[in-house]
Design a protein around this ligand. Structure first.
Ligand SMILES: Nc1ncnc2c1ncn2[C@@H]1O[C@H](COP(=O)(O)OP(=O)(O)OP(=O)(O)O)[C@@H](O)[C@H]1O
Ligand SMILES: [Mg+2]
Length: 254
């Protein structure tokens, strides 16, 4: 069952003293069970840090993250994560990499499900290849399959389509929307594409530059399923313009 996320008063600093970096400041965010939320913001504003905090991969300096009401202190079951770089195990084949979360959770082999997922992302025939034999975009798609293989109720995705060509990216957007509509997961998606955020999300969180704070949250009321003809919808256009304006206005401070 999908679960809500509550981020309450979260700050994160790396290091101590003079050289410390304040990555996030006072983040409050509620994500409902089954909601699709996208996060956009300048490079270095703390998006990946926020995702890692929600995934229990690190602890906040202040504040709390809760999933389904329980404070997150470590990675829990039921969460699929797609990292900004695919981090595949080089000695495992594509199939074995996708199998990894099932091995960790001692769930047994699922060759049929893995074959279906690989076909879904256009990687049929690469089951027995090793990561070094794949392009960057293909590796990203393997990482997406690995995140989906346990059918997690919460999907955390950090720029999952960054290395894909424009058309494959659009196809993956539509597939992700379909999977989300069919399975009712809660999704947090970080993206550098304003169009992608509006295409997919119920709400788009726009962050300010470091220290990352939530600048504004924009509701996207466009009907679903959306497709790339939705781009012509005036609401689509005005949401994109609003996000662009906010990101421009906040400037870059790196
Ligand atoms: N493990 C770490 N140790 C020290 N500093 C870190 C660490 N992780 C992130 N930072 C710093 O925190 C800030 C936010 O980093 P983060 O990776 O969250 O940004 P981001 O918004 O994901 O950027 P991008 O869009 O480029 O991926 C950066 O200034 C970065 O240098
Ligand atoms: Mg990042």
């Amino acid at each position: 069952m999908a679960q809500p996320i509550t981020v309450h008063g979260v700050s994160k600093a790396f290091g101590v003293g003079k050289g410390s970096i304040e990555a996030l400041r006072d983040i409050d965010l509620e994500v409902s069970a089954g909601e699709f939320v996208a996060i956009v913001g300048a490079s270095g504003c703390g998006k990946s840090t926020l995702l890692r905090l929600v995934g229990g991969l690190m602890e906040p300096t202040n504040g709390q993250v809760r999933i389904g009401g329980k404070v997150v202190r470590e990675p829990g079951p039921g969460i699929g994560i797609v990292f900004q770089t695919p981090v595949l195990l080089p000695w495992r084949t594509v199939q074995q990499n996708v199998q990894l979360p099932l091995d960790i959770q001692r769930c047994g082999k699922e060759p049929k499900r893995i074959a279906e997922l690989l076909a879904l992302v256009g990687l049929r025939g690469f089951e027995h290849s090793r990561p070094y034999e794949l392009s960057g975009g293909m590796q990203q798609r393997v990482a997406l399959c690995r995140a989906l293989v346990t059918n997690p109720s919460l999907l955390l995705m950090d720029e999952p389509f960054g290395a894909l060509d424009a058309l494959t990216r659009e196809q993956m957007n539509l597939e992700l929307q379909r999977v989300w509509m069919e399975t009712g997961k809660t999704v947090l998606l970080i993206t550098h594409s304003i169009t992608e955020s509006v295409m997919l999300a119920d709400r788009v969180v726009v962050m300010s530059p470091r220290p990352g704070r939530i600048q504004e949250i924009i509701e996207i009321g466009l009907p679903r399923p959306r497709d790339f003809s939705s781009l012509r919808d005036p609401e689509f256009h005005s949401a994109c313009e609003r996000i662009r304006m906010l990101m421009n206005a906040s400037g870059f401070v790196e």
